[in-house]
Ligand binder design. Structure first.
Ligand code: 13P
Length: 340
């Protein structure tokens, strides 16, 4: 465990004005995204698309790190450089999704737990050799009438803590992601309650597994109304509720907190981050770690056509710049209208 390296990596991940691109969609998720723009989900198309994002000129001003999928970590850019080294050369830290996805929790109402602990230490050692310096593990909490259950909260917290400890031993910064899903008609109050319960369970497990809090990044969902809830909380309410929960549950020792976009619109994800980052006296730097909210406009512009690469890169650059500003509380709606 190289503590100096862990500290350096964690600080760079949340460097001022920068955030993280989540490009770690599994091949299945990638297929869903590609279908929306009629692109066949082949290995080569996935490589081309990721290469387009990573090769966007100047995006390193706003992007500190990229979360890769196993396949991408082993692929090469058009110039023959393996993606991790290609990114590192631009000053972008390569990260890796190490969980193996979700399975049903037996005897539950369709709740999920994340798999991937078996053999993890070995995989982490290889990922470090390949250039990865941080990792991601996503746990999912679904809101329903009587869920998330105690079983679900603790099974996921336990897995997150075991994963985090294994990462630190391998000198890889763990990004822990307990995501409360946006789907459903729950109220924002209920989302606040569940987010708090999820984070409490997560940090209790971190303590039980001796995870070094100075060397772990939290990736959290925001406290928002369920997608189908008739009352949608506004930007200021989302920011206030999210920060209240985080201050109650997340130790100040953490080097930083990043957010997922979770199906929010591109601009909503930016506006919410901006409202939180503009608050005074926060215990941690806040920034983005978005997939959809960073990539959607780029994917829509690309549509699998080489002729559209420039337009797709401009769209990606714009969203990265907007979110870079939002991470400093300096974003304004009017900026959305300006060309990238
Ligand atoms: P979204 O921003 O699309 O929610 O993706 C972030 C992520 O990494 C989910 O695990």
């Amino acid at each position: 465990m190289d503590k100096a390296l862990l500290s350096k990596t964690a600080a760079a991940m949340v460097a001022h004005g920068k955030g993280i691109l989540a490009a770690d969609e599994s091949s299945g998720t990638c297929e869903t995204r590609f279908k929306t723009v009629n692109v066949e989900c082949t290995e080569e198309n996935r490589r081309t698309y990721r290469g387009l994002l990573f090769g966007t000129p100047g995006v390193e001003q706003f992007v500190s790190g990229v979360i890769l999928f196993d396949e991408t970590l082993r692929q090469k850019a058009d110039d023959g450089t393996p993606f991790p080294q290609y990114l590192a050369k631009k000053g972008i830290i390569p990260g890796i999704k190490v969980d193996k996805g979700l399975v049903d929790i037996p005897f539950s109402q369709g709740e999920k737990v994340t798999e991937g602990l078996d053999g993890l230490s070995k995989r982490l050692a290889e990922y470090f050799q390949l250039g990865a310096r941080f990792a991601k593990w996503r746990a999912v909490l679904t809101i329903g009438e009587a869920i998330p259950s105690h079983t679900c909260l603790y099974a996921n917290a336990h897995a997150l803590a075991r994963y985090a400890a294994a990462c630190q031993v391998a000198s890889i910064v763990p990004m822990i992601e307990p995501e409360v899903l946006l789907t459903g008609n729950h109220t924002v109050e209920r989302c606040e309650e569940v987010t708090e319960a999820g984070l409490r369970a997560t940090y209790a497990a971190m303590a039980a597994h001796n995870v070094s809090l100075e060397h772990v990044i939290l990736k959290t969902s925001m406290v928002v109304s369920g997608k189908d809830c008739p009352r949608q909380a506004g930007v200021d309410e989302v920011a206030e509720r999210t920060m209240r929960v985080l201050k109650r549950t997340v130790p100040a020792a953490l080097p930083g907190v990043v957010f997922l976009s979770g199906g929010q619109s591109d601009v909503a994800a930016t506006a919410h981050l901006n409202a939180m980052a503009a608050m005074k006296n926060l215990p941690w730097p806040l920034t983005f770690s978005y997939s959809r909210a960073l990539q959607n406009p780029a994917l829509a512009a690309w549509r699998g056509q080489a002729a559209n690469v420039g337009a797709a890169q401009a769209a990606f650059h714009h969203r990265a710049r907007m979110n870079g500003l939002a991470s400093q509380g300096k974003w304004k709606d009017a900026l959305e209208k300006q060309a990238a």
